[in-house]
Design a protein around this ligand. Structure first.
Ligand code: PMV
Length: 323
């Protein structure tokens, strides 16, 4: 098969509405629980793969800075899955149009964009499902960023699948950024620690499927109130499993709880808004597009919130053509 020498792809970050936390198989990187996410238009990663026969080893540039160590190893592992042993090495450069320093879901969009670009550059001929599976091996949430709109990754599944187009249930996600530094404990290490030490981990794994089913039903019914209740319980149940680890894994800061309180106060006054938190201190708030400006203002006025990003549903990961 022919291969292009320079290829560029873009993919969008996603935020889980029903959370994934824990691996059924650490080697294959298969999730222990099903998850369902919303792909976000406003958070995009662009990744360029340039094949160069003169390179002795792959090279990586992240947001303009040459990067080695673990991030480069993870890139090389993905490239090795799509190319022949004697294929040329690659110069990979990746940049986010959102602040990576804040530790926002950049691995999901990053590995989804890399899967699409590497597949085209090496002429591997993989379709969307196989690309989703390829991205999952690097980061399970990346499997979901192959697709736009509402996307599910069933437990033990190899690839993600679209549940509903974003346009069929228009929602706005507001991201209250509460810290500018990167997160302290990455999700793989956090999951391993939770599984090994938290007595609540089995309860999380037992209950997550019913919350996932509720989230899925609510998305298909386009019912924000039902969706929001399940979204909040999924996030808090995931965090409860981390709180019960030894030592406890606490991603929340005072600003996290202040933003949660803002959302609860908005709801008391009749605005449908619902929060979710991942492996970091930021608070993501789901609301109807018409209510988004008021929710955004309330979050921006919350002590400890540094900035608020707003996004609707994003599209599939895609090639951008030769760069
Ligand atoms: O795909 P990973 O290894 O970055 O894990 C993602 C974990 C959460 O963001 C906390 C939840 C999720 O489903 O995205």
């Amino acid at each position: 098969m022919s291969s292009a020498r320079v290829v560029s792809a873009k993919a969008h970050a996603n935020i889980a509405l029903a959370k994934y936390w824990g691996k059924a198989d650490a080697v294959e990187n298969l999730p222990a629980v099903p998850s369902l996410s919303l792909t976000l238009a406003a958070l995009c990663t662009r990744t360029r793969v340039e094949l160069d026969a003169s390179l002795a080893a792959d090279e990586l540039e992240l947001d303009g800075a040459k990067t080695v160590g673990r991030p480069l190893e993870r890139i090389v592992a993905l490239l090795d899955r799509v190319r022949a042993a004697d294929a040329p090495r690659a110069r990979v450069s990746s940049s986010n149009d959102f602040p990576t320093a804040a530790g926002l879901a950049s691995s999901a969009s990053g590995f989804a964009a890399l899967a699409v670009a590497a597949n085209a550059a090496y002429g591997a001929g993989l379709g969307a499902a196989a690309l989703s599976s390829l991205a999952r091996r690097s980061s399970a949430s990346a499997a979901r960023s192959l697709f736009g709109g509402f996307v599910a990754l069933p437990a033990d599944a190899s690839e993600a699948e679209r549940v509903l187009d974003g346009a069929d249930f228009p929602l706005t996600m507001l991201i209250a950024v509460t810290r500018s530094g990167p997160k302290e404990i990455d999700s793989t290490a956090g999951m391993k620690h939770t599984l090994a030490t938290s007595p609540y981990y089995p309860a999380w794994v037992a209950h997550a499927p019913s919350l996932y089913a509720e989230v899925r039903r609510a998305v298909l019914a386009r019912d924000l109130e039902l969706l929001g209740a399940a979204v909040e319980q999924s996030a808090l149940m995931m965090h409860a499993s981390m709180f019960a680890a030894r030592p406890a894994l606490v991603y929340f800061t005072p600003a996290t709880l202040a933003a949660v309180e803002t959302v609860r106060a908005l709801r008391k006054s009749g605005t449908l808004a619902f929060y979710t938190m991942d492996a970091g201190p930021h608070v993501k708030v789901l609301t109807a597009p018409g209510d988004a400006p008021a929710v955004e203002r309330a979050l921006a006025d919350t002590p400890g919130v540094l900035r608020v990003l707003a996004s609707g549903a994003g599209p599939d990961a895609a090639l951008e053509g030769a760069a």
